[in-house]
Design a protein. Structure first.
Length: 336
């Protein structure tokens, strides 16, 4: 089955699980998702700022930090030429006001609108020649495996890999990118907004009793779902739900009988998936499966389309995605 996809998480499933899908969405690296070897909290902190500068939130250079691959990187000054190889990193950079400094993005970056006109550095396969020609002071990527990272570094590219696996780590990575680029005040503003959005969800669902929590099934690629230890599993939990596939780890191919037995209250699916042969949308495929008409979510018309870019990109909009999940699971609690 071939489908048109627009999701970094779906790319992971498609490439690693051998799905015959066509990816036309995010260009995050297809390596298996794992806990970063170095989280932002573990990274080296810059030298203490002089007292007179502390209120200005200015980065003191040289700045030495470690990225998600454990590589130590020193910045002598704020980078003025920046390349992004992942949609999540591009969104971070634009959120920090670095439009003029960005000299290259992935082929599949689609947000914000200004990203579409930037020079392209390749999609799933990095265009190494374009990256080198960009002469960037730093190249940001996400979830890049060690082999590919070392290959680029061997070509003289100053590569910084982010790999957040939780919302808290996303916020920490934004703070870190803000330090590297001397945009600490902007990063603080972005993170504060994300914290407010996160708090709005946790506050809204805090009254849901354990026995009343909705069971949520996620399908962003035909026949595949996500278990514990993954980004979207955390989002379901934060939204007050229970992952119907949470007894298994990672992305995996479903047993239709097991999903029927789990009987989820809500089904979330990608609005961007269409079967090339039949032109059916993912919700149509789901509803037509044998026996699935007995699932509570389908009987009660709780099969809800989601913008998977909001959920799968570990960038500044991920808390907006969390809000959308909470609205889908508990619309009565997520009133304006």
């Amino acid at each position: 089955m071939k489908a048109m996809l627009k999701s970094w998480s779906v790319l992971i499933v498609a490439m690693l699980m051998a799905l015959s899908l066509i990816a036309c969405g995010n260009a995050e690296d297809a390596a298996p998702k794992s806990t970063p070897s170095e989280t932002p909290a573990q990274q080296e902190k810059p030298a203490e700022q002089p007292a007179e500068d502390q209120g200005a939130l200015k980065t003191q250079y040289p700045l030495t930090v470690k990225d998600a691959t454990g590589t130590e990187i020193t910045f002598e000054k704020a980078p003025t030429r920046i390349v992004s190889l992942a949609p999540s990193e591009t969104e971070k950079l634009f959120a920090l006001g670095l439009d003029e400094e960005i000299v290259g993005v992935s082929d599949l970056d689609d947000y914000p609108e200004a990203a579409k006109s930037k020079p392209k550095m390749g999609g799933f396969q990095v265009n190494e020649e374009a990256v080198i020609a960009a002469e960037a002071d730093v190249v940001f990527s996400a979830s890049m495996n060690a082999e590919n990272a070392e290959k680029l570094r061997g070509m003289g590219v100053k590569l910084f890999v982010n790999d957040p696996s939780t919302i808290e780590e996303v916020m920490s990575s934004i703070t870190l990118v803000g330090q590297i680029t001397d945009r600490q005040e902007e990063a603080q503003t972005v993170v504060e907004q994300m914290q407010q959005e996160l708090a709005s969800v946790t506050e809204a669902v805090k009254s849901v009793k354990e026995e009343d929590k909705k069971k949520v099934y996620v399908e962003f690629s035909p026949g595949w779902t996500v278990g514990k230890g993954e980004f979207m599993d955390e989002m379901i939990t934060l939204a007050g739900g229970v992952n119907a596939a949470g007894d298994t780890e990672g992305w995996f191919e479903i047993s239709e009988e097991n999903i029927i037995a789990a009987n989820p209250d809500v089904i979330l699916y990608s609005s961007n998936v269409v079967d090339e042969a039949t032109k059916k949308t993912l919700d149509q495929m789901i509803k037509e499966r044998d026996g699935w008409d007995q699932i509570e979510a389908i009987k009660n018309d709780r099969v809800i389309a989601m913008d998977d870019n909001l959920l799968s990109r570990p960038g500044p909009r991920v808390t907006q995605g969390l809000i959308e999940v909470a609205k889908a699971v508990y619309p009565e609690l997520m009133t304006p």
